[in-house]
Design a protein around this ligand. Structure first.
Ligand code: TMO
Length: 317
């Protein structure tokens, strides 16, 4: 009997709380919110930061390794609940394809703007290893500066894993008529890019890599090359031709996405996720904790989360 009374009392109290402002407050589902994990540091650290935020609100979370293009189809059909780093240049097309098919919603932008482009460590420019950089036109006279033992006498551009943007950069080089002087090599992992930056610096050797901002390299000094301006449709993957595919990457957005039923199933978590917005500094710090300081993704997330409770509180309030 006592138990029953308690139950009734709790139910009444819950109703009072829920209707305090005259509106019913729906409770989040206890089913896990599925957060994808990709293969670059800030994304993985941010996945765990958001996981800690949701758990702090009483939600359950689950992390799944996911292909960085295929994830938008998984969000559309509900296998994955959110994406927290939708980079316009790399993933804009897959994001909107999934939206066109139905089931994926746009949850707004981070404050940070996104650059994804090839470039050089800034010391390469300071030491004038290739006069005329960062303009792409300077590359024509510098193939020897950027040649490596595995590049067959051509200059080498080290791209990230091919899962990030397929043929965009090989096509870029062809479109600009540089393919007899330069080759694009795909790295096996994102970390291989940082190993190359360190090796080139040690050897005093010029290097061109794919990189992005926000990233830990913002603090170190990295200069993106400049190319003919981007416009929608210029890339071959967007219907462009060899004549137009020399276009550079845009200064883009960095978005969040969710499965369309997230607002209904996890209204409180959705509200916090809709407010969530990180700055260039925030995201650069998340990457640096792993790529510079050598922390594990989980430890980096726990540290960032603990030290930025004020930032997180703006989303959860
Ligand atoms: C998607 N990325 C940030 C690696 O360019």
């Amino acid at each position: 009997m006592k138990k029953l009374i308690n139950k009734v009392a709790v139910a009444a109290l819950t109703m009072t709380l829920a209707t305090v402002s005259g509106q019913a407050i729906a409770k989040d589902s206890s089913k896990p919110i599925v957060i994808p994990v990709h293969n670059w540091a800030s994304q993985v650290v941010m996945a765990h930061v958001i996981g800690l935020m949701f758990e702090g609100m009483g939600n359950n979370v689950e992390f799944v390794p996911a292909d960085s293009q295929g994830v938008y189809e998984s969000i559309r059909n509900g296998d994955v609940t959110i994406s927290h780093e939708v980079w316009q240049s790399s993933f804009g097309a897959s994001f909107y394809n999934a939206m066109d098919k139905g089931g994926l919603i746009d949850v707004g932008d981070h404050e940070a703007l996104a650059i994804e482009e090839i470039g050089v460590p800034t010391w390469v420019i300071d030491q004038n290893l290739c006069p005329g950089l960062p303009s792409w036109e300077a590359l024509a006279n510098c193939q020897d500066v950027f040649a490596t033992t595995d590049s067959g006498g051509k200059g080498r551009i080290l791209e990230g894993p091919s899962s990030w943007h397929g043929d965009v950069f090989p096509n870029r080089i062809k479109g600009l008529g540089l393919d007899d002087k330069y080759m694009v090599k795909f790295a096996g992992t994102g970390d291989a890019l940082w190993a190359e930056l360190a090796a080139a610096k040690l050897e005093g050797r010029g290097t061109i890599i794919f990189n992005w901002s926000p990233n830990w390299t913002d603090a170190e000094g990295f200069t993106f090359l400049t190319f003919p301006p981007y416009y929608e449709g210029c890339r071959i993957s967007e219907g462009g031709t060899l004549e137009t595919t020399g276009c550079g990457s845009m200064l883009g957005w960095l978005k969040k996405a969710a499965h369309y039923q997230m607002p209904k199933r996890w209204p409180a978590a959705y509200k916090a996720f809709s407010k969530l917005s990180f700055t260039t500094t925030d995201i650069g710090q998340m990457a640096a904790l792993v790529s510079v300081d050598g922390m594990t993704y989980e430890d980096a997330a726990a540290k960032w989360f603990a030290e930025h409770q004020d930032v997180i509180a703006k989303f959860t309030q």
